[in-house]
Design a protein. Structure first.
Length: 84
């Protein structure tokens, strides 16, 4: 696995929290990177959902009109509720 390119940046953090983290030997850079990765992933998911909202609505409307094409072989929630 190739090493990621790192870049220095400046963060402004609450002084007390930063002092507490350092006293507890918490790697602030690693925590910040992990939190940023999570935030980026969440933002990308939300962006994708928003970009595809019309397609989801069209598919749902089609299912309402036509029923689910696999309803007769589906088991579990929705299997018997789709109209054919």
């Amino acid at each position: 696995m190739p090493l990621a390119t790192k870049r220095k940046t400046s963060l402004t953090l609450d002084a007390e929290v930063l002092d507490d983290a350092k006293a507890l030997d918490i790697n602030v850079s690693a925590v910040a990177e992990s939190a940023l990765r999570s935030a980026v992933a969440s933002a990308r998911r939300l962006q994708w959902v928003n970009q595809n909202a019309k397609a989801f609505a069209a598919q749902a409307a089609w299912h309402e009109r036509n029923g689910h094409p696999l309803a007769d072989i589906m088991s579990g929630p929705g299997g018997s509720s789709w109209s054919a």
